[in-house]
Design a protein around this ligand. Sequence first.
Ligand code: ADP
Length: 447
Amino acid sequence: MPRHLRSAWFKTLGQLALVLVAAVVAGLLIGQVWPVLTAAALAVVGWHYLRLRRVLVRLGARQRLDAPARGAGAWDELDRLLHRSQAEMRARKKRLLEMLRAYRAAAAALPDAVVVIERNSQRVVWFNRAATDLLGLRHPRDIGAPVVERLQSLPMSHWLAAGRNAEPMHDAASPVAPDLRLNLRLIPYSEEYWLLLARDVSKLLRLEQMRRDFVANVSHELRTPLTVVHGYLDMLDPQDMPEWAPMLSEMQKQSQRMTQLVEDLLTLSRLEAQDSLPDEGVAMAPMLATLRREAEALSQGRHAVTVQDHAGVDLWGSNKELHSAFSNLVGNAVRYTPQGGAIAIEFARAADGGAVLRVRDTGYGIPAAHLPRITERFYRVSTSRSRESGGTGLGLSIVKHVLNLHQARLEIESQVGRGSTFSVHFGAERVHPRHDTPLPLAQSQTA
Ligand code: ADP
């Protein structure tokens, strides 16, 4: 026990002893010891009851805190201790409330819609002002309402069922107005509550659309003048003007490059504007034969080209777009492999029931640091090597877009100085049995 508490305790004991002694003395004086002693004891008990009542009143006080007792006895000490802990508790509560209010005010003022959802019942617990503007939730009507019912126009039930694995919805129409486009995220931040965040991305999407339209329009407008220039350049015979021959050849090369660039930009714009492609049967045997012919034509005998077809299946997808993607990969393999290297094209089944098209080369390879960005537009490991080999920097972007439209994925393995393997994985739903008799393996392997 601390010293000041001990002295208060002794002081109270001393007071009690003093009262009892005084009562005994008074009793002796008047010759009535027991009655006086009993009366004194009752008075002491009564006084302690009064003090106990005061403590209970203090404990039960909800509003105003009375000033602490001033005396030096044990009851006064107890009263002071209670007063102090009550004052501390109230100050802490006030601080917490202020913090809570500040957080609420911050969440309420966010430009993004924030909705707190109770996980088990999937009911709305709280939402901010932006949730009214973006999602149409109203106070107090929607507090406690089932979120799926309130946001009926959004595909909520499947999304909420996915819980932690729910992918963000990048472009969803707002229930308030269809031209208001939203990006929705679900954040399961605790065991009991989830957070639904909605951001207005209408402006961003409009800008993105403007960028796409701009690129598509510019490319389209450039196409005709380029065709004219290209046509006239083709008509010029270097033998008529031998001194112009080197310049003429360079002009032809550059106009060819520009034409290819415009064509690639138009292809990308077209792919970006599509959500899906018509599904047709893609016969892989003729596709592989075409790829081999293209590789050999581009290689001009500088590489060993092999094709292996073990899959025995064909694909569902767009013949034209898949051919464009595959031939980009094959073209890259030829262009980034020095003379004497090998290019292997292989089509095989995957363990998951799908199929894989692999293009392997023994070329320059790609440093690992470049791999994450390699499919971005105009991203090149070496600009000069790409230009020299007639590259536009758009090939792998086209490949990525085509594969996305086929729900396929691209995997790249590469070692600098040893070569690269580009593997295209198609899911089982993209694969169907090949009906025509497959060529015997020996015949389909061509070196
Ligand atoms: P480019 O028209 O420049 O070839 P791509 O988008 O097709 O553009 O490829 C992007 C870059 O990736 C290329 O510039 C090149 O540096 C690298 N690359 C692509 N394929 C290969 C490959 N098979 N081997 C080595 N580097 C490659």
